[in-house]
Ligand binder design. Structure first.
Ligand SMILES: [Cu+2]
Length: 601
C-alpha cells in the first residue's frame, strides 16, 4: 500500500513540466436562479452564476472547450488576456461565434499572471449570468504575501425585465429606470436653500439638457450579487484571525459601478486589472464595470466582517461576509444619501469646453443659460453642499451663486500633448471634502460623483496606481487619436466621436507604433472603456510607472489619456463596457496591421 502511494507520488513529481496545459470544459446552458424571491432563468456556464473559477499557471497553454447547448449562438471572451485575436471570442471580429450544438476549443499560451475574467460577447447574454473569474498564477513569486485568497465576483441582476426589454424601455424613454427623480419635496427643499428663483432656474437648466441630475445610472431596480448570491444569501469566505487574505474583486455587472469597503478593515490594493501596483492602503475603492482589483486584508478579530459593495447611485449593496466560521454575518448599513450630478459633470467646469458638442440635447439652446466657450453666462446650478467654481476657457474662474466657496487655481496646470493647457485638471488646491479625502483628479472639480470614503479615510484614486514593473519601456506616443465619448439621450444611442458602431470605420493602428488615446467624455455618464488584446497605459502622472489597464473609466466632463503599444496584430473590439452603451453603438473595431509590401514600396 505504502509502496503504491510512493509510486503515485513519484509519478506526479516526475510528470513532464513542459507541454503542460490547463484544460477546462465549459457548457453554456440555462438554469433557474432565485435571487429576487422568485425562480428565474439565467444563462449559465456549467450551470451556475458566476461560472467556475478557471485557474491556470503563467506559461502553460490554456485549453478550454466551450459547448453551446443554447438555442442561439454564443461565445466566451477572455477579458484582459493577451492572446492571438482569433482566440479572443468576439463574434464578427475574432471568429464567427459558437453555433447551437457546437463545441469550440480555445487554445493559447498564458503570457501573463493575475486576476482576470471571462464572459459572453454575444448579444446581451452577459447581463443574464454568463461570466466567471479567471486566475493565472505567476511563475515568479508575488511581491506581496498572503495566507489565503477568495475571488469575489460582483454583478447585477434585473428582477423585472430582460436585457432586450430594458433596452427597448430605454429607447422609449432614457429615464425609464430613473427611480431617483427629484420630487416636489426636494424642490421645496432646494427653494428653501437656494431661493425660489435659483431652484427654478436649476430645474429649467436640467430640463434643457434633457437629463436629470439623478441620472447617475441609466438602469436601476437591480439586485446586486456577490459570487451570485444576494445580500440574504450572503456568500461567505473563511479566514483564521491574523491571516492575510487576498481578495480578488471582479466587477462583472452589466451596468453597475460599485464602491467597495469592509468596515473595520484597511484594504491594501496590490493589483489593478491583473497588473501588480505599488501597495496602496485604502478604506474604500470604486470598481468600474469590467475592472478588477486585488486587495489584501488582515482580519485579526474572531468575528464576521461585511464586504460591502454599494452601487455608485446608492441604490443598494452587494454584500459578502468574511468570517472565521460559516453562518456568521456582518451588518449591512443604510444606503448613503443619493448623489446628484452637478453642472461640473456636464463638462461645465472644463477648460476646453468641447463639452456639449457631442451631446445632442434636442431643445438645447432654447433659453439655456449655460456657460459656453465664449465665456457667456450660466444660471444657478445645484450645489449639494460642495462649492462649485467654473473654470473658463481663458483660465479664469467664475463663481456661481451661493457656493460654499472653494476655488480653482487660476493658472491651468495640466499641459496637453499639443502644448495647449487645460483648466480644471489639477485639483491639488481644490478644497478637500470634510472627511479629509483629497479631491480626486479623475473627476471634474465639483463633480457630484466625487468619491468619499463612507467612514472617512482614504478612497482609492486612479492617481494612486503605480506599476511595480512597467510592461513596456517608456517612450512618447507617435500620434494621438481623439476618442470623444458621445451620446444622444433622446434616442438612447451611445457613440464614439458622434458615430455609432454600425456607421463607423475601424480605428487603424500600425503594428509596432505607440499611440495615445485621448478620451474626452462629453456625456453625463461614466464610461468604462475596454480595449481587447492590448494594454491601455493610463497617464496618471506616474511617468514610466503609469499603470497598464484593460479598462479605463472616464468620469463625466473629464479628459483622460492612455498610451497603447500596438503589439498585437489583428482585429480587436474596443468599447464601453456598460451593456446598453455597447449595444447601442459605443463600440469600435481596432485593426492592427503591418505595413504591406505595397505600402512600404
Ligand atoms: Cu458607456
Amino acid at each position: 500500500m505504502r509502496r503504491l502511494m510512493l509510486a503515485a507520488l513519484a509519478a506526479i513529481l516526475l510528470a513532464p513540466a513542459t507541454a503542460r496545459a490547463g484544460t477546462y470544459d465549459l457548457t453554456i446552458g440555462t438554469a433557474a436562479i432565485n435571487v429576487a424571491g422568485k425562480d428565474q432563468t439565467a444563462m449559465t456556464i456549467n450551470g451556475s452564476i458566476p461560472g467556475p473559477v478557471l485557474r491556470f499557471k503563467e506559461g502553460e497553454d490554456l485549453v478550454i472547450n466551450v459547448t453551446n447547448t443554447l438555442a442561439e449562438d454564443t461565445s466566451i471572451h477572455w477579458h484582459g488576456l493577451i492572446l492571438p485575436y482569433q482566440q479572443d471570442g468576439v463574434p464578427g471580429i475574432s471568429f464567427p461565434g459558437i453555433k447551437p450544438g457546437e463545441t469550440f476549443t480555445y487554445r493559447f499560451p498564458a503570457q501573463q499572471a493575475g486576476t482576470y475574467w471571462y464572459h459572453s460577447h454575444s448579444g446581451m447574454q452577459e447581463a443574464v449570468g454568463m461570466y466567471g473569474a479567471l486566475v493565472i498564477e505567476p511563475k515568479a513569486r508575488e511581491p506581496f504575501r498572503y495566507d489565503r485568497e477568495h475571488v469575489i465576483v460582483l454583478s447585477d441582476w434585473h428582477p423585472d425585465d430582460s436585457p432586450h426589454k430594458i433596452l427597448s424601455n430605454l429607447k422609449m424613454s432614457a429615464d425609464y429606470y430613473n427611480y431617483q427623480k427629484r420630487t416636489l419635496s426636494t424642490f421645496v427643499d432646494d427653494a428653501g436653500k437656494m431661493g425660489l428663483g435659483a431652484a427654478l432656474a436649476d430645474r429649467m437648466d436640467w430640463g434643457d439638457m434633457r437629463m436629470l441630475p439623478s441620472d447617475i445610472a441609466d438602469v436601476s431596480g437591480y439586485v446586486f450579487l456577490a459570487n451570485g448570491r444576494n445580500t440574504e444569501q450572503n456568500w461567505t469566505g473563511l479566514f483564521k484571525p491574523g491571516e492575510r487574505v487576498r481578495l480578488r474583486f471582479i466587477n462583472a455587472a452589466a451596468m453597475t459601478f460599485f464602491d467597495v469597503r469592509i468596515p473595520g478593515l484597511k484594504m491594501t490594493v496590490v493589483q489593478a486589472d491583473g497588473n501588480n501596483v505599488r501597495p496602496v492602503p485604502v478604506d474604500e475603492f470604486r470598481i468600474a464595470v469590467a475592472e478588477t482589483y486585488d486587495v489584501i486584508v488582515r482580519p485579526t478579530e474572531d468575528k464576521a466582517y461585511a464586504v460591502l459593495a454599494e452601487s455608485m447611485a446608492r441604490t443598494g449593496f452587494a454584500r459578502a461576509t468574511l468570517a472565521p466560521r460559516m453562518g456568521m454575518a456582518g451588518d449591512i448599513p443604510a444606503n448613503r444619501p443619493k448623489q446628484y450630478l452637478t453642472m461640473a459633470d456636464m463638462g461645465m467646469a472644463h477648460g476646453d469646453m468641447a463639452g456639449m458638442a457631442g451631446m445632442d440635447h434636442g431643445t438645447m439652446g432654447q433659453g439655456a443659460t449655460h456657460t459656453m466657450p465664449d465665456g457667456s453666462t450660466m444660471a444657478g446650478t445645484r450645489h449639494e453642499g460642495q462649492g462649485m467654481t467654473h473654470a473658463m476657457p481663458d483660465g479664469t474662474t467664475m463663481k456661481g451663486e451661493s457656493h460654499a466657496g472653494h476655488s480653482m487655481p487660476a493658472q491651468p496646470t495640466h499641459t496637453m500633448p499639443d502644448g495647449a493647457t487645460m483648466a480644471g485638471m489639477d485639483h491639488s488646491a481644490h478644497g478637500a471634502p470634510a472627511s479629509g479625502d483629497k479631491a480626486d483628479p479623475f473627476y471634474a472639480p465639483g463633480s457630484g460623483l466625487m468619491p468619499k470614503a463612507a467612514e472617512g479615510g482614504k478612497f482609492l484614486s486612479y492617481a494612486d496606481l503605480k506599476a511595480i514593473k512597467p510592461l513596456y519601456p517608456d517612450r512618447p506616443a507617435a500620434r494621438e487619436i481623439e476618442v470623444r465619448l458621445t451620446g444622444n439621450m433622446e434616442r438612447y444611442v451611445w457613440s464614439i466621436n458622434g458615430v455609432k458602431y454600425s456607421d463607423a470605420e475601424p480605428i487603424r493602428l500600425k503594428f509596432g507604433e505607440r499611440v495615445r488615446f485621448k478620451f474626452v467624455n462629453e456625456t453625463m455618464m461614466t464610461h468604462p472603456m475596454h480595449l481587447h488584446g492590448m494594454w491601455q497605459i493610463l497617464d496618471n502622472g506616474s511617468g514610466k510607472y503609469n499603470p497598464a489597464k484593460h479598462t479605463i473609466s472616464i468620469a463625466p466632463g473629464k479628459t483622460v489619456e492612455a498610451d497603447i503599444e500596438a503589439d498585437a496584430e489583428g482585429e480587436w473590439a474596443f468599447h464601453c463596457h456598460l451593456m446598453y452603451h455597447m449595444a447601442t453603438g459605443m463600440f469600435r473595431k481596432v485593426v492592427v496591421e503591418r505595413e504591406t509590401a505595397e505600402a512600404v514600396r
